[in-house]
Every structure is written in structure tokens, then in C-alpha cells.
Design a protein. Structure first.
Length: 129
């Protein structure tokens, strides 16, 4: 029983640290270039890097959705090109939720999706999540 209590205590500490890191990312536009470089690195989709890459995509998604950055229009085409995500189901909910928000707000944005050949695959993945 004591190990369970300790686990939950450590879990709560980790959760608080993640919340603090997330708030720093939202407030620090210098973090975005680092996240983008991780996502767009040549090894980003290697089997051992898929999960961290998708976490980085999710972090950028949350910055785009909740943060106040001026370069949203510059980042959105790149963000769309990073789709689909499929490995991290917890983060996929946030990513595809934001994608749906974009579809509701602006069909022209989605129409400018440069990787339009991936678009049906992205929709199919969203439907199966």
C-alpha cells in the first residue's frame, strides 16, 4: 500500500512539473524553434523517435491553440505537414481536436494544405481514434 501512495505522490510531482514546463513553453516563443527543429529533423520519424516527435507536435499544437504568438500563419502550414500522428493516442486527441477547430473556422486554410495527398489519410486516422 505504501508503494502505491509513493507512486501517486511522484506522479503528482511529475504532473506539476509538466504543467510548469507547458506554461513556460506558452510564454516563451524561443521554445518554438527548438520544438520545430526536433519535429523536422531527418530522424524524427524513426521508430525510436516517433513518440517524442509526436509529443513535440502536440506541444506546438497547444501553443498554437492556447498561446499568443504572432507567427501562427507561418507555423500552421508546417504544422499541417507534420500530420498524421498515430503513435501517441493521448496527444493525438489534442492534435486532431485542434485540426477540427481549424476545419470549422477556415476551410481555405485546409484547402491550402500543401501535403494534400496526406489529407484523406489524416481524416481516416481521425475517424479511427
Amino acid at each position: 500500500m505504501q508503494s502505491k501512495t509513493r507512486f501517486f505522490h511522484l506522479f503528482n510531482i511529475a504532473k506539476e512539473l509538466l504543467i510548469e514546463m507547458y506554461m513556460l513553453i506558452l510564454c516563451d516563443t524561443e521554445a518554438l524553434p527548438m520544438l520545430i527543429s526536433v519535429i523536422e529533423s531527418p530522424e524524427a520519424r524513426a521508430a525510436e523517435n516517433v513518440s517524442p516527435t509526436e509529443n513535440a507536435i502536440s506541444a506546438v499544437t497547444k501553443v498554437l491553440k492556447y498561446g499568443s504568438i504572432a507567427a501562427v500563419n507561418d507555423i500552421l502550414p508546417r504544422w499541417l505537414a507534420w500530420l498524421p500522428v498515430w503513435e501517441d493516442e493521448d496527444e493525438a486527441v489534442h492534435i486532431y481536436g485542434y485540426f477540427c477547430d481549424l476545419v470549422e473556422v477556415s476551410v481555405t486554410l485546409i484547402a491550402s494544405f500543401k501535403s494534400y495527398l496526406k489529407f484523406p489519410f489524416v481524416i481516416l486516422l481521425m475517424l479511427t481514434q
